[in-house]
Design a protein around this ligand. Structure first.
Ligand SMILES: C[S@@+](CC[C@H](N)C(=O)[O-])C[C@H]1O[C@@H](n2cnc3c(N)ncnc32)[C@H](O)[C@@H]1O
Length: 411
């Protein structure tokens, strides 16, 4: 229970204002060293391009601080503050500049929201996701997370690990991403075998929408550890992230790892055996899949992000109206239809395709994976025709005019 976080000496919870309670929960999570992450959103201030503020804990010259990351549409600004100052700043920002705050501790979650009139309320009660205690994990969990090595020095540069008494340990707020990339590599290792690439000494990989490069570095490091001459390229729209990743790769002399500033929609084709994309936004996933198809990649692996293109086009079939009257079902339906169509299109292009949850929901709500491995034998014309007819029928059923991957393939 969240109330467990409140020390005995605190005044009765029910009497405290929601914002005060929220700040007290945050303070207690910091005192107990259970704080994982804080996200402030619904910005109502005057800076046009400011989107959100994320707050994580860092240790600088032995002092615990909170690192504030202001995310603008095209840049990020980071500032670190000692704990007391950080709490005072957060108190000023909540309600005045941000109307939503989401606190995540190692075992719990709580959300503070402000109404239009500025009235705060706390949302408690949902069983919160567990954050993997990787730094202190027991032998069994360690077994499952063996694919990547936490002690590799580049993780420090990427903010995945920090030094605790001279030893690299996972930053608690990074434990979900760590779980995701470990699972991604675990699944990739099996796909590599079934694609026949495990016999090849060279493997060329492109990671689209590489962001801060977590998966890109992981893929390079793991492939090199398998004795492959891996050539891994991260392609990312944001120049600041490309520079950050490029600098870390250069610092650690990681041969065959590079980061290109580019747009997946117009990226120039390169030799590609494997296309990966972890949470590339909306139709960027379609462009990434299409790029993999054009390049004849043997493995295409992506975990899609949002599904904005299909949802507004979907007309609810009469029979399904009672089910889809709930907003949540509509969202799930749009996701299923989008990823289902992508999978059918990949099948029609000659890939064995699976759609599944690659990590438990508690590690990310974007936990779906589309995995496609190129078949050794081409698809028969009859089977391809059957798949294309299924796609057309599903689109007709839902009234969908356009799905980006299909449009790209048609062009
Ligand atoms: C949600 S982040 C995921 C980052 C990374 N793959 C990860 O999982 O940590 C999506 C990234 O895709 C990038 N992106 C979005 N559209 C893109 C495009 N058209 N071309 C290249 N990168 C794009 C964004 O800038 C962002 O860094």
């Amino acid at each position: 229970m969240f109330t467990d976080l409140i020390p005995d000496s605190a005044p009765p919870v029910a009497k405290a204002d929601a914002k005060v309670r929220f700040l007290r929960l945050l303070e207690t999570a910091l005192a107990n060293s259970t704080f994982a992450k804080l996200l402030l959103s619904k910005y109502v201030g005057e800076e046009a391009q400011l989107d959100r503020l994320t707050v994580r804990e860092v240790v600088l010259r032995g002092e615990r601080q909170l690192s504030f990351l202001w995310r603008y549409q095209t840049r990020d600004i980071t500032k670190n503050f000692p704990l007391a100052e950080a709490l005072a700043r957060l108190s000023e920002l909540l309600g005045a500049q941000f109307h939503s705050a989401h606190l995540q501790t190692q075992s719990e979650e709580v959300q503070l929201v402000f109404s239009r009139k500025g009235r705060p309320s706390l949302r408690l009660g949902k069983a919160p996701p567990a954050v993997l205690p990787v730094a202190t994990e027991a032998g069994h969990d360690k077994e499952k997370l063996r694919y990547l090595e936490l002690s590799r020095p580049f993780w420090l540069d990427l903010g995945v690990t920090h030094l605790v008494r001279g030893e690299a340990q996972l930053v608690p707020a990074m434990s979900r991403k760590w779980k995701q990339i470990n699972k991604f590599i675990e699944i990739f290792s099996a796909a590599l075998k079934s694609s026949g690439l495990s016999d090849s000494p060279d493997v060329h990989v492109a990671d689209f929408g590489s962001g801060k490069g977590y998966l890109t570095f992981a893929m390079h490091d793991w492939l090199r550890a398998q004795g492959k001459r891996a050539e891994v390229t991260g392609v990312e729209l944001r120049d600041d992230m490309v520079k950050l990743c490029g600098a870390a790769a250069a610092k650690h002399q990681m041969t065959g790892l590079r980061f290109d500033q580019g747009d997946v929609r117009s990226y120039t084709p390169l030799r590609l055996d494997v296309m990966i994309a972890l949470h590339a936004c909306d139709i960027a996933t379609d462009y990434a899949i299409h790029f993999g198809l054009r390049a004849g990649a043997k493995v295409i692996m992506c975990s899609p992000c949002c599904h904005k293109q299909v949802r507004p086009q979907m007309q609810t079939p009469t029979l399904l109206r009672p089910l889809l009257q709930h907003g949540i079902h509509l969202g799930q339906e749009a996701e299923m239809v989008t990823d289902g169509l992508r999978a059918l299109l990949l099948e029609a292009e000659g890939y064995d395709t699976q759609v599944f949850e690659f990590v438990a929901l508690e590690h990310t709500s974007k936990n779906k994976m589309i995995l496609a491995v190129k078949r050794a034998q081409p698809l028969s014309a009859a089977r391809r025709q059957e798949l294309l007819e299924q796609i057309a029928e599903i689109k007709r059923f839902y009234g969908i005019r356009e799905q980006e991957l299909q449009t790209l393939l048609a062009a």
